[in-house]
Design a protein around this ligand. Structure first.
Ligand code: NDP
Ligand code: 2IT
Length: 444
Protein backbone atom coordinates (compact mmCIF):
# COMPACT_ATOMS: atom_id res chain seq x y z
CA UNK A 1 0.00 0.00 0.00
CA UNK A 2 1.31 3.50 -0.78
CA UNK A 3 2.32 5.70 2.13
CA UNK A 4 -0.55 8.12 1.35
CA UNK A 5 -3.15 5.31 1.37
CA UNK A 6 -1.74 3.95 4.61
CA UNK A 7 -2.06 7.37 6.26
CA UNK A 8 -5.56 8.01 4.93
CA UNK A 9 -6.63 4.68 6.40
CA UNK A 10 -4.95 5.50 9.70
CA UNK A 11 -6.52 8.97 9.94
CA UNK A 12 -10.00 7.55 9.20
CA UNK A 13 -9.55 4.86 11.85
CA UNK A 14 -8.09 7.10 14.55
CA UNK A 15 -10.50 10.02 14.15
CA UNK A 16 -14.01 8.54 14.02
CA UNK A 17 -16.83 11.07 13.86
CA UNK A 18 -14.57 13.84 12.50
CA UNK A 19 -15.66 14.05 8.83
CA UNK A 20 -14.36 17.59 8.25
CA UNK A 21 -10.89 16.64 9.48
CA UNK A 22 -10.82 13.55 7.27
CA UNK A 23 -12.02 15.64 4.31
CA UNK A 24 -9.24 18.22 4.77
CA UNK A 25 -6.56 15.54 5.14
CA UNK A 26 -7.88 13.65 2.10
CA UNK A 27 -7.84 16.75 -0.10
CA UNK A 28 -4.27 17.55 0.91
CA UNK A 29 -2.77 14.07 0.75
CA UNK A 30 -4.45 13.16 -2.56
CA UNK A 31 -2.89 16.17 -4.22
CA UNK A 32 0.51 15.54 -2.59
CA UNK A 33 0.85 12.03 -4.08
CA UNK A 34 3.48 13.01 -6.68
CA UNK A 35 5.59 14.83 -4.07
CA UNK A 36 5.35 12.05 -1.53
CA UNK A 37 6.14 9.29 -3.99
CA UNK A 38 9.37 11.13 -4.95
CA UNK A 39 10.52 11.01 -1.29
CA UNK A 40 8.56 8.09 0.12
CA UNK A 41 11.44 6.37 1.92
CA UNK A 42 12.65 9.53 3.64
CA UNK A 43 9.17 10.60 4.72
CA UNK A 44 8.34 7.10 5.99
CA UNK A 45 11.61 6.93 7.90
CA UNK A 46 10.71 10.06 9.87
CA UNK A 47 6.95 9.34 10.05
CA UNK A 48 6.36 12.73 8.42
CA UNK A 49 2.73 12.10 7.47
CA UNK A 50 1.78 10.56 10.81
CA UNK A 51 3.21 13.64 12.54
CA UNK A 52 1.69 16.08 10.04
CA UNK A 53 -1.79 14.65 10.64
CA UNK A 54 -1.52 14.42 14.45
CA UNK A 55 -1.72 17.66 16.45
CA UNK A 56 1.25 18.34 18.72
CA UNK A 57 -1.23 19.10 21.51
CA UNK A 58 -5.05 19.25 21.84
CA UNK A 59 -6.45 21.09 24.83
CA UNK A 60 -10.11 20.54 25.81
CA UNK A 61 -11.64 22.48 28.65
CA UNK A 62 -14.84 23.42 30.42
CA UNK A 63 -16.14 27.00 30.10
CA UNK A 64 -18.77 27.84 32.74
CA UNK A 65 -20.47 31.25 32.62
CA UNK A 66 -23.56 32.97 33.98
CA UNK A 67 -26.22 34.58 31.77
CA UNK A 68 -28.15 37.79 32.50
CA UNK A 69 -30.93 35.89 34.28
CA UNK A 70 -28.45 34.22 36.65
CA UNK A 71 -28.53 30.82 34.94
CA UNK A 72 -25.26 28.89 34.73
CA UNK A 73 -24.17 27.51 31.33
CA UNK A 74 -21.28 25.21 30.46
CA UNK A 75 -19.66 25.21 27.01
CA UNK A 76 -16.75 23.23 25.57
CA UNK A 77 -13.49 25.07 24.90
CA UNK A 78 -10.76 23.89 22.50
CA UNK A 79 -7.25 24.86 21.46
CA UNK A 80 -5.48 22.53 19.07
CA UNK A 81 -1.77 23.34 18.71
CA UNK A 82 -1.16 21.53 15.46
CA UNK A 83 2.35 22.15 14.24
CA UNK A 84 5.12 24.48 15.42
CA UNK A 85 7.90 23.48 12.99
CA UNK A 86 8.14 26.92 11.37
CA UNK A 87 6.98 29.23 14.17
CA UNK A 88 4.71 29.66 17.21
CA UNK A 89 1.21 28.22 16.80
CA UNK A 90 -1.00 30.80 15.08
CA UNK A 91 -4.66 30.67 14.16
CA UNK A 92 -8.10 31.89 15.06
CA UNK A 93 -10.74 31.11 17.65
CA UNK A 94 -14.23 30.21 16.40
CA UNK A 95 -17.36 30.63 18.52
CA UNK A 96 -20.24 28.79 16.85
CA UNK A 97 -22.65 26.05 17.99
CA UNK A 98 -21.27 23.72 15.27
CA UNK A 99 -17.76 23.74 16.81
CA UNK A 100 -16.40 20.37 17.94
CA UNK A 101 -12.96 18.77 18.10
CA UNK A 102 -13.12 17.53 14.48
CA UNK A 103 -13.97 21.00 13.15
CA UNK A 104 -11.14 22.60 15.12
CA UNK A 105 -8.72 19.91 13.91
CA UNK A 106 -9.67 20.46 10.26
CA UNK A 107 -9.16 24.19 10.69
CA UNK A 108 -5.85 23.67 12.52
CA UNK A 109 -4.57 21.28 9.86
CA UNK A 110 -5.42 23.74 7.07
CA UNK A 111 -3.84 26.54 9.08
CA UNK A 112 -0.45 24.79 9.16
CA UNK A 113 -0.18 24.82 5.36
CA UNK A 114 -1.80 28.24 5.00
CA UNK A 115 0.62 29.84 7.43
CA UNK A 116 3.52 28.24 5.60
CA UNK A 117 2.26 29.75 2.32
CA UNK A 118 2.38 33.28 3.77
CA UNK A 119 6.18 33.02 3.86
CA UNK A 120 6.11 34.30 7.46
CA UNK A 121 7.41 32.40 10.54
CA UNK A 122 4.14 31.08 11.98
CA UNK A 123 3.10 27.53 12.87
CA UNK A 124 -0.52 26.39 12.87
CA UNK A 125 -3.23 26.10 15.51
CA UNK A 126 -6.93 26.75 15.98
CA UNK A 127 -9.39 26.93 18.83
CA UNK A 128 -12.83 27.96 19.86
CA UNK A 129 -16.03 26.90 21.52
CA UNK A 130 -19.57 25.73 20.81
CA UNK A 131 -20.74 28.96 22.50
CA UNK A 132 -23.18 30.92 20.29
CA UNK A 133 -22.65 34.69 20.58
CA UNK A 134 -25.87 35.35 18.62
CA UNK A 135 -28.54 37.03 20.69
CA UNK A 136 -26.28 37.38 23.76
CA UNK A 137 -25.83 40.69 25.55
CA UNK A 138 -22.38 42.33 25.63
CA UNK A 139 -22.14 41.37 29.31
CA UNK A 140 -22.85 37.72 28.54
CA UNK A 141 -20.24 37.68 25.77
CA UNK A 142 -17.75 39.30 28.16
CA UNK A 143 -18.51 36.73 30.89
CA UNK A 144 -17.96 33.92 28.43
CA UNK A 145 -14.71 35.40 27.07
CA UNK A 146 -13.35 35.90 30.59
CA UNK A 147 -14.14 32.32 31.55
CA UNK A 148 -12.61 31.04 28.30
CA UNK A 149 -9.41 33.00 28.94
CA UNK A 150 -9.26 31.75 32.56
CA UNK A 151 -8.10 28.43 31.09
CA UNK A 152 -6.59 29.48 27.75
CA UNK A 153 -4.03 31.90 29.22
CA UNK A 154 -1.77 29.14 30.52
CA UNK A 155 -1.34 27.63 27.05
CA UNK A 156 -0.62 30.76 24.98
CA UNK A 157 2.06 33.46 24.77
CA UNK A 158 3.62 35.77 22.18
CA UNK A 159 6.33 33.18 21.40
CA UNK A 160 4.19 30.09 22.07
CA UNK A 161 0.72 30.40 20.58
CA UNK A 162 -1.04 33.54 19.34
CA UNK A 163 -4.81 33.18 18.78
CA UNK A 164 -6.97 35.61 16.78
CA UNK A 165 -10.55 35.83 15.52
CA UNK A 166 -12.54 33.56 13.22
CA UNK A 167 -16.30 33.08 12.78
CA UNK A 168 -18.12 34.55 15.77
CA UNK A 169 -14.96 36.15 17.16
CA UNK A 170 -14.39 39.72 16.05
CA UNK A 171 -13.07 42.93 17.59
CA UNK A 172 -15.48 42.85 20.56
CA UNK A 173 -14.50 39.32 21.63
CA UNK A 174 -10.76 39.87 21.09
CA UNK A 175 -11.01 43.02 23.25
CA UNK A 176 -12.62 41.10 26.14
CA UNK A 177 -10.17 38.20 25.79
CA UNK A 178 -7.16 40.52 25.69
CA UNK A 179 -8.31 42.63 28.64
CA UNK A 180 -8.70 39.55 30.80
CA UNK A 181 -5.36 38.02 29.73
CA UNK A 182 -3.64 41.26 30.62
CA UNK A 183 -5.35 41.37 34.00
CA UNK A 184 -4.58 37.82 35.09
CA UNK A 185 -1.06 37.63 33.62
CA UNK A 186 -0.02 41.23 34.29
CA UNK A 187 1.72 41.35 30.91
CA UNK A 188 1.01 43.70 28.04
CA UNK A 189 2.19 41.71 25.06
CA UNK A 190 1.23 40.53 21.61
CA UNK A 191 -0.56 37.37 22.70
CA UNK A 192 -3.62 37.86 20.48
CA UNK A 193 -4.02 39.49 17.08
CA UNK A 194 -6.97 41.39 15.70
CA UNK A 195 -6.74 43.74 18.69
CA UNK A 196 -8.28 47.22 18.67
CA UNK A 197 -6.15 49.98 17.15
CA UNK A 198 -5.73 51.71 20.54
CA UNK A 199 -4.20 48.63 22.19
CA UNK A 200 -1.75 47.09 19.80
CA UNK A 201 -3.91 46.11 16.84
CA UNK A 202 -2.64 46.48 13.30
CA UNK A 203 -4.23 48.80 10.83
CA UNK A 204 -5.81 46.83 7.95
CA UNK A 205 -6.19 43.59 9.99
CA UNK A 206 -9.99 43.96 9.95
CA UNK A 207 -9.98 44.31 6.17
CA UNK A 208 -7.11 41.90 5.48
CA UNK A 209 -8.82 38.59 4.72
CA UNK A 210 -11.35 40.07 2.30
CA UNK A 211 -8.89 42.48 0.70
CA UNK A 212 -6.28 39.73 0.39
CA UNK A 213 -8.81 37.46 -1.28
CA UNK A 214 -9.36 40.07 -3.96
CA UNK A 215 -5.65 40.81 -4.43
CA UNK A 216 -5.01 37.14 -5.08
CA UNK A 217 -8.09 36.75 -7.30
CA UNK A 218 -7.03 39.73 -9.38
CA UNK A 219 -3.55 38.26 -9.89
CA UNK A 220 -4.96 34.82 -10.76
CA UNK A 221 -7.25 36.42 -13.36
CA UNK A 222 -4.47 38.60 -14.77
CA UNK A 223 -2.13 35.62 -15.20
CA UNK A 224 -4.88 33.79 -17.08
CA UNK A 225 -5.72 36.64 -19.45
CA UNK A 226 -8.73 38.10 -17.63
CA UNK A 227 -9.40 41.28 -15.64
CA UNK A 228 -11.39 41.75 -12.45
CA UNK A 229 -12.76 45.10 -13.48
CA UNK A 230 -16.22 44.86 -15.06
CA UNK A 231 -16.93 41.37 -13.71
CA UNK A 232 -20.06 40.28 -11.84
CA UNK A 233 -19.34 38.51 -8.55
CA UNK A 234 -21.43 36.33 -6.25
CA UNK A 235 -20.30 36.40 -2.60
CA UNK A 236 -21.70 34.25 0.21
CA UNK A 237 -21.55 35.26 3.87
CA UNK A 238 -22.05 38.69 5.38
CA UNK A 239 -19.39 38.62 8.09
CA UNK A 240 -15.85 39.91 8.33
CA UNK A 241 -14.46 38.14 5.27
CA UNK A 242 -17.46 38.71 2.99
CA UNK A 243 -17.86 42.40 3.89
CA UNK A 244 -14.29 43.38 3.07
CA UNK A 245 -14.17 41.13 0.01
CA UNK A 246 -17.21 43.02 -1.31
CA UNK A 247 -15.64 46.37 -0.43
CA UNK A 248 -12.38 45.62 -2.26
CA UNK A 249 -14.11 44.00 -5.27
CA UNK A 250 -16.14 47.16 -5.75
CA UNK A 251 -13.04 49.35 -5.35
CA UNK A 252 -11.38 47.30 -8.10
CA UNK A 253 -14.27 47.89 -10.50
CA UNK A 254 -16.30 44.68 -10.16
CA UNK A 255 -19.98 44.42 -9.21
CA UNK A 256 -20.97 42.16 -6.31
CA UNK A 257 -24.63 41.16 -6.55
CA UNK A 258 -25.11 38.78 -3.58
CA UNK A 259 -24.36 38.17 0.08
CA UNK A 260 -25.90 35.76 2.60
CA UNK A 261 -26.20 34.73 6.22
CA UNK A 262 -27.30 31.51 7.85
CA UNK A 263 -30.99 32.24 7.29
CA UNK A 264 -31.16 33.77 3.82
CA UNK A 265 -29.54 35.72 1.01
CA UNK A 266 -29.68 39.01 -0.85
CA UNK A 267 -29.76 39.57 -4.58
CA UNK A 268 -28.95 43.18 -5.36
CA UNK A 269 -28.44 43.72 -9.11
CA UNK A 270 -27.28 47.32 -8.55
CA UNK A 271 -24.36 46.04 -6.46
CA UNK A 272 -24.20 45.49 -2.69
CA UNK A 273 -24.17 48.73 -0.69
CA UNK A 274 -21.22 48.05 1.65
CA UNK A 275 -21.95 50.96 3.98
CA UNK A 276 -25.47 49.65 4.54
CA UNK A 277 -24.21 46.07 4.95
CA UNK A 278 -21.73 47.21 7.64
CA UNK A 279 -24.46 49.13 9.42
CA UNK A 280 -26.78 46.09 9.44
CA UNK A 281 -24.14 43.50 10.39
CA UNK A 282 -21.37 45.32 12.32
CA UNK A 283 -23.40 48.00 14.12
CA UNK A 284 -26.93 46.62 14.49
CA UNK A 285 -25.92 42.89 14.44
CA UNK A 286 -29.20 42.32 12.58
CA UNK A 287 -30.46 39.91 9.90
CA UNK A 288 -30.16 40.58 6.16
CA UNK A 289 -33.90 41.27 6.01
CA UNK A 290 -32.94 44.69 7.43
CA UNK A 291 -30.67 45.27 4.42
CA UNK A 292 -33.53 44.47 2.01
CA UNK A 293 -35.89 46.80 3.90
CA UNK A 294 -33.49 49.73 3.45
CA UNK A 295 -32.53 49.05 -0.17
CA UNK A 296 -35.21 49.16 -2.90
CA UNK A 297 -33.04 47.36 -5.50
CA UNK A 298 -32.45 44.34 -3.21
CA UNK A 299 -34.49 41.16 -2.95
CA UNK A 300 -34.25 38.90 0.13
CA UNK A 301 -34.68 35.12 -0.25
CA UNK A 302 -35.02 32.64 2.61
CA UNK A 303 -32.58 29.70 2.71
CA UNK A 304 -29.72 28.93 0.32
CA UNK A 305 -29.44 30.16 -3.27
CA UNK A 306 -26.48 32.48 -3.82
CA UNK A 307 -24.89 30.07 -6.34
CA UNK A 308 -27.93 30.08 -8.64
CA UNK A 309 -27.20 33.67 -9.67
CA UNK A 310 -25.40 34.28 -12.96
CA UNK A 311 -21.88 35.54 -12.26
CA UNK A 312 -18.32 35.51 -13.63
CA UNK A 313 -16.64 34.95 -10.27
CA UNK A 314 -17.81 33.15 -7.12
CA UNK A 315 -16.31 33.92 -3.72
CA UNK A 316 -17.62 31.62 -0.96
CA UNK A 317 -16.96 33.50 2.30
CA UNK A 318 -19.35 31.93 4.85
CA UNK A 319 -18.37 28.49 6.17
CA UNK A 320 -17.17 24.96 5.38
CA UNK A 321 -19.02 22.81 2.84
CA UNK A 322 -21.42 25.57 1.75
CA UNK A 323 -20.83 25.06 -2.00
CA UNK A 324 -22.03 21.62 -3.16
CA UNK A 325 -21.79 19.72 -6.44
CA UNK A 326 -25.16 21.02 -7.67
CA UNK A 327 -24.04 24.58 -6.91
CA UNK A 328 -20.85 24.02 -8.93
CA UNK A 329 -22.96 22.65 -11.79
CA UNK A 330 -25.23 25.72 -11.69
CA UNK A 331 -22.27 28.11 -11.61
CA UNK A 332 -20.55 26.37 -14.55
CA UNK A 333 -23.83 26.34 -16.54
CA UNK A 334 -24.02 30.11 -15.89
CA UNK A 335 -20.49 30.67 -17.24
CA UNK A 336 -18.41 31.18 -14.08
CA UNK A 337 -14.69 31.63 -14.88
CA UNK A 338 -13.13 31.73 -11.42
CA UNK A 339 -13.80 30.60 -7.85
CA UNK A 340 -11.64 31.72 -4.93
CA UNK A 341 -12.41 30.57 -1.41
CA UNK A 342 -12.66 33.24 1.29
CA UNK A 343 -13.89 30.76 3.89
CA UNK A 344 -12.01 27.65 5.01
CA UNK A 345 -12.96 24.60 2.90
CA UNK A 346 -16.32 26.03 1.69
CA UNK A 347 -16.29 23.84 -1.43
CA UNK A 348 -16.97 20.11 -1.12
CA UNK A 349 -14.48 17.69 -2.70
CA UNK A 350 -16.82 16.73 -5.57
CA UNK A 351 -17.67 20.37 -6.31
CA UNK A 352 -13.95 21.24 -6.41
CA UNK A 353 -13.31 18.43 -8.86
CA UNK A 354 -16.23 19.60 -11.01
CA UNK A 355 -14.76 23.11 -11.27
CA UNK A 356 -11.33 21.72 -12.14
CA UNK A 357 -12.77 19.33 -14.75
CA UNK A 358 -14.60 22.27 -16.36
CA UNK A 359 -11.54 24.54 -16.53
CA UNK A 360 -12.76 26.99 -13.91
CA UNK A 361 -9.86 28.78 -12.21
CA UNK A 362 -10.10 27.51 -8.64
CA UNK A 363 -8.06 28.81 -5.71
CA UNK A 364 -8.33 27.00 -2.35
CA UNK A 365 -8.89 28.92 0.87
CA UNK A 366 -5.55 28.08 2.40
CA UNK A 367 -4.03 30.34 -0.28
CA UNK A 368 -6.78 32.83 -1.09
CA UNK A 369 -7.81 33.63 2.50
CA UNK A 370 -4.26 33.73 3.89
CA UNK A 371 -4.26 37.53 3.98
CA UNK A 372 -5.91 37.54 7.40
CA UNK A 373 -3.32 35.47 9.14
CA UNK A 374 -0.50 37.11 7.18
CA UNK A 375 -1.61 40.49 8.52
CA UNK A 376 -1.86 38.94 11.99
CA UNK A 377 1.82 38.04 11.62
CA UNK A 378 2.47 41.67 10.65
CA UNK A 379 0.63 42.67 13.85
CA UNK A 380 2.97 40.38 15.81
CA UNK A 381 5.99 42.10 14.20
CA UNK A 382 4.64 45.54 15.10
CA UNK A 383 3.97 44.43 18.70
CA UNK A 384 7.51 43.05 19.00
CA UNK A 385 9.09 46.28 17.84
CA UNK A 386 6.49 48.37 19.74
CA UNK A 387 5.66 50.40 16.66
CA UNK A 388 2.63 50.69 14.45
CA UNK A 389 2.73 50.96 10.71
CA UNK A 390 0.40 53.05 8.53
CA UNK A 391 -2.61 51.55 6.76
CA UNK A 392 -0.86 52.03 3.42
CA UNK A 393 2.28 50.22 4.60
CA UNK A 394 0.35 47.20 5.89
CA UNK A 395 -1.94 47.11 2.86
CA UNK A 396 1.04 47.22 0.47
CA UNK A 397 2.73 44.36 2.34
CA UNK A 398 -0.54 42.38 2.27
CA UNK A 399 -0.85 42.85 -1.48
CA UNK A 400 2.77 41.78 -2.02
CA UNK A 401 2.19 38.65 0.10
CA UNK A 402 -0.96 37.64 -1.80
CA UNK A 403 0.63 38.13 -5.23
CA UNK A 404 3.63 36.13 -4.05
CA UNK A 405 1.42 33.32 -2.72
CA UNK A 406 -0.30 33.04 -6.09
CA UNK A 407 3.02 32.76 -7.94
CA UNK A 408 4.33 30.20 -5.46
CA UNK A 409 1.37 27.93 -6.02
CA UNK A 410 1.37 28.49 -9.75
CA UNK A 411 5.08 27.58 -9.89
CA UNK A 412 4.70 24.53 -7.60
CA UNK A 413 1.83 23.18 -9.73
CA UNK A 414 3.89 23.63 -12.89
CA UNK A 415 6.97 22.00 -11.37
CA UNK A 416 4.97 18.86 -10.60
CA UNK A 417 3.30 18.70 -14.03
CA UNK A 418 -0.10 20.00 -12.82
CA UNK A 419 -0.14 23.51 -14.33
CA UNK A 420 -3.29 25.40 -13.37
CA UNK A 421 -4.14 23.04 -10.51
CA UNK A 422 -3.91 25.58 -7.71
CA UNK A 423 -5.20 23.12 -5.11
CA UNK A 424 -2.19 20.91 -5.71
CA UNK A 425 0.09 23.95 -5.99
CA UNK A 426 -1.03 25.33 -2.62
CA UNK A 427 -0.71 22.01 -0.86
CA UNK A 428 2.73 21.30 -2.35
CA UNK A 429 4.18 24.75 -1.67
CA UNK A 430 2.78 24.83 1.88
CA UNK A 431 3.84 21.25 2.65
CA UNK A 432 7.44 21.45 1.42
CA UNK A 433 8.44 24.28 3.76
CA UNK A 434 6.90 22.61 6.81
CA UNK A 435 8.36 19.21 5.99
CA UNK A 436 11.84 20.54 5.38
CA UNK A 437 11.73 22.20 8.81
CA UNK A 438 10.43 18.98 10.40
CA UNK A 439 13.16 16.90 8.78
CA UNK A 440 15.84 19.31 9.99
CA UNK A 441 14.53 19.36 13.57
CA UNK A 442 14.57 15.60 14.12
CA UNK A 443 11.91 13.44 15.73
CA UNK A 444 9.92 15.86 17.90
P1 NDP B 1 -18.18 35.87 10.65
O1 NDP B 1 -18.70 35.21 11.85
O2 NDP B 1 -17.79 37.30 10.67
O3 NDP B 1 -19.21 35.68 9.45
C1 NDP B 1 -19.63 34.43 8.98
C2 NDP B 1 -20.73 34.69 7.99
O4 NDP B 1 -21.09 33.47 7.33
C3 NDP B 1 -21.99 35.22 8.65
O5 NDP B 1 -22.66 36.06 7.77
C4 NDP B 1 -22.78 33.94 8.89
O6 NDP B 1 -24.17 34.13 9.03
C5 NDP B 1 -22.47 33.21 7.63
N1 NDP B 1 -22.68 31.79 7.83
C6 NDP B 1 -22.19 31.02 8.81
N2 NDP B 1 -22.64 29.77 8.68
C7 NDP B 1 -23.41 29.78 7.61
C8 NDP B 1 -24.14 28.78 6.93
N3 NDP B 1 -24.19 27.53 7.40
N4 NDP B 1 -24.80 29.13 5.81
C9 NDP B 1 -24.77 30.40 5.35
N5 NDP B 1 -24.10 31.39 5.95
C10 NDP B 1 -23.43 31.07 7.05
O7 NDP B 1 -16.93 34.97 10.17
P2 NDP B 1 -15.74 35.37 9.21
O8 NDP B 1 -16.21 36.23 8.10
O9 NDP B 1 -14.61 35.80 10.04
O10 NDP B 1 -15.34 33.92 8.65
C11 NDP B 1 -15.99 33.35 7.51
C12 NDP B 1 -15.14 32.21 6.99
O11 NDP B 1 -13.84 32.69 6.64
C13 NDP B 1 -14.89 31.06 7.98
O12 NDP B 1 -14.76 29.86 7.23
C14 NDP B 1 -13.52 31.41 8.57
O13 NDP B 1 -12.86 30.27 9.05
C15 NDP B 1 -12.83 31.97 7.34
N6 NDP B 1 -11.69 32.84 7.58
C16 NDP B 1 -11.77 33.93 8.41
C17 NDP B 1 -10.69 34.75 8.59
C18 NDP B 1 -10.73 35.99 9.41
O14 NDP B 1 -9.74 36.69 9.47
N7 NDP B 1 -11.86 36.31 10.04
C19 NDP B 1 -9.40 34.46 7.95
C20 NDP B 1 -9.44 33.34 7.05
C21 NDP B 1 -10.54 32.57 6.90
P3 NDP B 1 -24.84 34.27 10.48
O15 NDP B 1 -24.41 35.58 10.98
O16 NDP B 1 -26.29 34.13 10.24
O17 NDP B 1 -24.28 33.12 11.29
O1 2IT C 1 -8.59 31.03 9.26
C1 2IT C 1 -7.78 31.95 9.50
O2 2IT C 1 -6.73 32.07 8.86
C2 2IT C 1 -8.12 32.93 10.53
N1 2IT C 1 -9.18 32.85 11.12
C3 2IT C 1 -7.15 34.02 10.89
C4 2IT C 1 -6.15 33.53 11.91
C5 2IT C 1 -5.21 34.57 12.45
O3 2IT C 1 -4.40 34.16 13.29
O4 2IT C 1 -5.28 35.74 12.08
Amino acid sequence: MSYVDEILERVAKENPGQPEFLQAVTEVLESLRPVISRNEDLYRRDAILERLTTPERSILFRVPWIDDSGKVHVNNGYRVQFNSAIGPYKGGLRFHPSVNLGVIKFLGFEQVLKNSLTGLPIGGGKGGSDFDPKGKSDREVMAFCQSFMTELYRHIGPDTDVPAGDSGVGGREIGYLYGYYQRICNRYEGVLTGKGLTFGGSKARTEATGYGLLYLTEEMLRCNGHTLSGKTIAVSGAGNVATYAIEKAEQLGAKVVTCSDSTGWIYDPEGIDVALLKDVKEVRRARLTEYAKARPSAVYHEGRGVWTVKCDIALPCATQNELHLEDAQALVANGVIAVAEGANMPTTLDATKYFQDHNVLFCPGKASNAGGVATSALEMSQNSERLSWTFEEVDAKLKGIMVNIFHNLDDAAKEYGMAGNYVAGANIAGFLKVVNAMLAQGIV
